[in-house]
Design a protein around this ligand. Structure first.
Ligand code: ASP
Length: 323
């Protein structure tokens, strides 16, 4: 039998992996472990229930709670790694938040399931088993927060949910960092951007500045953007077409918001390669920030954390270019 030597902390939050009926993620973290006989007696996994929700209901308060718990746990010499179980819909946002604020190089692995436990071919048990295996492996150390489903290991920064199939989680433009081979983590590359111990972010602040995402489409009118600005959001991520383009109809309203102190980040609604600065849009003159290769939902996470430190667009650009 495959053995795991590590002491791993499992933080359960709900999601389809814990879903016993179409509407209820009621299985506890304990129950999830119980369903994996292969883990019993091999890994030493302690469980704490952080939430019991479907992931569209995950809140920033949950993120802060998870981050605080992980930071305390990983400061303990006896804990080698942390696994978080999470619904797949917002999994990438939680994972990227943790990637920016966890203060340890020990493994943190986020896992979910595309099929519920009562479905034929349910993937939750395998994904959780793999997550524990990765969290107790030395190879995972120092690679930032990781996400595993479908036998793949992805960086929290790059991964996104792309479909509703078993292979839903992909890292467009980059690919996975590694795979599970014979139940063991095998890595082929690392994340170059700053993360965990090397990120500049902390979570001392209990509240994060509000950031909204506004979607771009053909013939978009500025009224939605103007309503978001009027609502007092400190930052706006523009989920633009193609390489984050901003139509002329939007530029005026966006530039006015920037002059009033709102930070406007240009991202893309497609899985774009890095957004090019000052290409078609004069970002420098308009005071816009570009999201590099982050999708809009991840750009929002980074912008919230950045705004807790500064509202200077050039300083924020530097954070987007490095994290
Ligand atoms: N509704 C679920 C959630 O995100 C979907 C899933 O976990 O796959 O919590």
């Amino acid at each position: 039998m495959e053995t795991h030597s590590g002491n791993v902390l499992l933080l359960a939050t709900g999601g389809s992996i814990a879903q016993t009926s179409p509407n209820d993620p009621t299985l506890t973290g304990e129950a999830l472990l119980e369903a994996i006989p292969k883990l019993r007696g091999s890994a030493n996994v302690r469980v704490e229930q952080i939430a019991q929700v479907s992931s569209p209901d995950i809140t920033i308060e949950n993120w802060l709670q998870l981050a605080n718990r992980i930071n305390t746990a990983l400061a303990d010499d006896h804990i080698e790694g942390v696994v978080v179980t999470h619904g797949t819909d917002t999994l990438e946002e939680t994972a990227y938040f943790l990637n920016l604020v966890v203060q340890s190089d020990k493994p943190v692995v986020v896992a979910g399931a595309m099929r519920r436990p009562y479905s034929l071919g349910a993937d939750g048990a395998a994904n959780l088993y793999n997550a524990v295996s990765i969290a107790s492996s030395t190879g995972a150390k120092g690679r930032g927060v990781l996400v595993t489903l479908n036998g793949e290991i992805h960086s929290a920064r790059d991964v996104t949910k792309t479909t509703s199939n078993l292979d839903a989680f992909r890292s467009p433009n980059f690919g996975p960092l590694g795979f599970l081979v014979d139940d063991r983590a095998r890595f082929y590359r690392s994340l170059e951007r700053r993360h965990t111990k090397n990120s500049v972010f902390h979570i001392e602040a209990g509240v994060l500045p509000s950031v909204a995402i506004v979607y771009g489409y053909a013939d978009v009118a500025p009224d939605i953007l103007e309503a978001v600005i009027a609502a007092g959001y400190k930052g706006i991520v523009w989920a633009g077409t193609g390489s984050g383009s901003v139509p002329k109809s939007i530029r005026l309203a966006a530039a006015k918001a920037v002059r009033e102190g709102v930070v406007f980040v240009r991202a893309s609604r497609i899985n774009s390669a890095p957004i090019k600065r000052n290409d078609e849009v004069d970002d420098h003159a308009l005071g816009f920030v570009t999201a590099d290769s982050l999708n809009p939902q991840k750009a929002r996470v980074l912008l919230m954390l950045s705004l807790a430190q500064t509202s200077d667009p050039l300083e924020i650009q530097e954070l987007f270019d490095t994290h």
